[in-house]
Design a protein around this ligand. Sequence first.
Ligand code: NAD
Length: 458
Amino acid sequence: MAKTYDIVVVGGGPGGYVAAIKGAQLGAKVALVEKEVVGGICLNHGCIPTKTFLKSAKVYKTLQHANDYGVTNSGTVGFDWDKILSRKNGVVKQLTNGVAFLLKKNGVDVYNGFGEVKSASEVVVNGETLQTKNVIIATGATAVVPPIPGVKEAYEKGIVVTSRELLNVKDYPKSIVIVGGGVIGVEFATVFNSFGSKVTIIEMMDGILPTMDDDVRQAYAKTLKRDGIEILTKAEVKKVNDHKITYSFEGVETTIESDLILMAVGTRANSKGLEHLNLEMDRANIKTNEYLQTNVKGIYAIGDVNGKYMLAHVAEHEGVVAVEHILGKGHQKMNYDQIPSCIYGSPEIAAIGLTEKEAKARGIDYKVSKVPLAAIGKALADGEKEGFAKLIVDKKYLEVIGAHIYAYNATELISEYSVAMKAEATAYEMAHAVHPHPTLSELTLEAALGAIDKPIHV
Ligand code: NAD
């Protein structure tokens, strides 16, 4: 007899596994179908493994500059790529095992295989049909390998890689060309530059990180260049011939050579196995509303597959919203105006809400407060002085409408703004809330003071 569920979740990444656990916690009978290891790109091939690389890079750089902190180091500082890889694998394994354990503990039935969604009430996996009342599609997205002449051949030879393969390269590259100056591009640029590779970014737009606030983009590009990363903008890759890559800039073609070529030009939603459903699409992405419902009753789509924000924390939140809607518990709906995004380089970038350009375009009467990191005592003690916080508030009430932090540990600081925006807080609440000293969080305090009147320490 076919197994029957309230919810079958297809895809076990951060969106899918969180939805499954939440559904089970709310009393539903839930199955999760995953063809690989639970944890998705984020845990297995993305957010987490890259953070282990960045940590190794940070330790390496700190040791190189130990003298700046009065610590002497008479030996040579080096790195062991094999050990960096195995540390990464260990962290990933610990986390994915943890997720598998949580699913089991919460009573979620996990099916290891490819899920084919036949309808809102039938999912087939390994030849078995699961009956269900609802389906949550959380199948994610895959890095694009663009149809540029020679790229496919070089990809098959392991010379062109996507971030997934790059996380497992056995031979450390002395040089790497990164096509795409987006989030993945700059994170890997930081890692490989820190370990001494020659790094070149080829970006087709007029600058890196096109979606970030202009002040942040400019500051970051300056830092990367100062650190020795070459950034070619308005450059279009024309062809690849093994290690040779030809790009054109203002009509002139130039060929450069590199050990590895990383393609980081975006992702495409995974829609295999959904062909029977007649889902309404927006290009390759499944169209959803604020409850993550698709046009087919009983079918929801969360995470990268709906193409709204390709971020693990968005997928997780969408998973909870979808499950609550299915079970009629909780009344959350998605608000895509309040999504924090983080870029892990050196320093870090974190942002939420509107950029200054967007505030202008929406015709909002706004005010900007910008505070340099060098004003913060804790930062100086930590040996960090590069960066700033930029707070954008509406002029009438001083309500927070955007925040952009460019600083070490910016990704930890941004949550204060997440809570502020959710609570519709103004610069007054942020400034009147006592911030501990000495902490990096004084940066947000000073920015709020600046939005009201003037910061104290600037
Ligand atoms: P992206 O969309 O962030 O950046 C792609 C970049 O490539 C853009 O700047 C684009 O202009 C450029 N580009 C596109 N085609 C090009 C071409 N032919 N030649 C040169 N440049 C080209 O994509 P990504 O960096 O591949 O990341 C994929 C997704 O994963 C993103 O949506 C990202 O948000 C997400 N992600 C997030 C994090 C994080 O939050 N820290 C980390 C990794 C990935």
